[in-house]
Ligand binder design. Structure first.
Ligand SMILES: C[S@@+](CC[C@H](N)C(=O)[O-])C[C@H]1O[C@@H](n2cnc3c(N)ncnc32)[C@H](O)[C@@H]1O
Length: 330
């Protein structure tokens, strides 16, 4: 499906319901809630409400990630853009595309900016970002994909020199094997002139990490519970949100924060549209998000295993977050 608004300056191609799309709520809910331990992929958080809650999270004092990455972008965006001289920016997991503007501004200042290609599962966030960007960048063309970045096909702006970006530590939401597969698939799309900018959250004090995913105001809890609302609305499930608790725990063995929803009582939940009854013991959890934390060594190892060579590695002043600028090897 192609949506075309604001003359022809925005084209958002919706691939979510295309044949063999990896965005399959019913299939993933059946598989994840029938397995031990129970899991749900984090991409299903992001309906309109979930995307809005995520934006609220990025403004929380405990959520240092956005501020640290912004600090690096403000300092380094000009240098990245000088090194690549891209005509277009293609961004995976673009969301509200707020930090994106720092890169777009650096491209605009150098007379390079022609287009922006967001790739995100959230239709609402993508549409809103596209509408505000064409208002604020009068000469920009937005050609995006509402779809799952894990099976990238027909990426925007083929044939133009592209800076690809994967910000916000979204790479951390992928298991290392998935992350390697994703990065490899993008690398195969890149020409020697293109570059890939990837944001990694770095290993740090466990208290700071756990606090970033469990704020006192309960915004992250609402975000986590939102996936149950999505299942209730889209699959006719009967989750009682009062009967589940948000948990964020550090898994040292896998170097990751895990978000879980813990059942407060023994209970059974019906998921009507897939004919599934899911039993929970009291205290049993659904793991809803992984957020892997990297060292420079593990991040460079991941990129190299995906056929990418790191050209530049930049951290914020407090070494909380890093941006790696990488090129396709060979
Ligand atoms: C952690 S947020 C980051 C948002 C933004 N890039 C930032 O840095 O603040 C993850 C974003 O990726 C999107 N997303 C998550 N999984 C996805 C997937 N498999 N395919 C496409 N988009 C996905 C979400 O809708 C959300 O906008």
């Amino acid at each position: 499906m192609t949506g075309d608004t604001a003359g022809s300056r925005i084209v958002l191609r919706n691939t979510l319901r295309e044949h063999a799309s990896p965005y399959d709520l019913a299939g993933d809910a059946r598989a994840g809630l029938s397995s031990t331990p129970k899991t749900l992929p984090s991409k299903y958080f992001y309906d309109a409400r979930g995307s809005h809650l995520f934006e609220m999270i990025t403004r929380l004092p405990q959520y240092y990630l956005t501020r640290a990455e912004t600090e690096i972008l403000e300092r380094e965006a000009g240098r990245f853009v000088e090194a690549v001289r891209p005509r277009v920016l293609v961004e995976f997991g673009s969301g509200a595309a707020r930090k994106t503007r720092i890169l777009l501004d650096a491209m605009l200042e150098r007379g390079l900016l022609e287009g922006y290609g967001p790739v995100d599962v959230s239709a609402q966030a993508s549409r809103h970002a596209a509408d505000t960007l064409i208002r604020d960048y009068p000469d920009i063309r937005v050609e995006g994909v509402i779809g799952d970045f894990e099976r990238p096909r027909d990426l925007p702006f083929p044939g133009r020199r592209r800076l690809m970006a994967f910000l916000g530590s979204t790479i951390g939401n992928l298991e290392p094997v998935q992350a390697t597969a994703f990065l490899t698939s993008i690398r195969k799309e890149m020409t020697a002139a293109d570059a890939f900018l990837v944001g990694f959250d770095l290993v740090k004090d466990v208290v700071l990490l756990e606090r970033a995913y469990d704020d006192e105001a309960g915004v992250t809890a609402k975000f986590n519970l939102n996936v149950l609302r999505v299942l209730n609305r889209d699959l006719g499930a009967s989750f009682d949100l009062e009967m589940f608790r948000h948990r964020a725990v550090w898994n040292a063995g896998n170097s990751r924060i895990e978000m879980h929803l813990e059942s407060a009582v023994e209970q059974s939940v019906r998921i009507q549209s897939i004919g599934l009854d899911v039993s929970f013991a009291a205290g049993e959890t659904i793991r809803t998000e992984l957020s892997h934390k990297y060292t420079r060594e593990s991040a460079v190892g991941l990129l190299e295993a995906s056929g990418l060579r790191v050209e530049s590695w930049c951290t914020d002043e407090s070494d909380r977050f890093a941006l790696a600028l990488a090129r396709a090897l060979g």
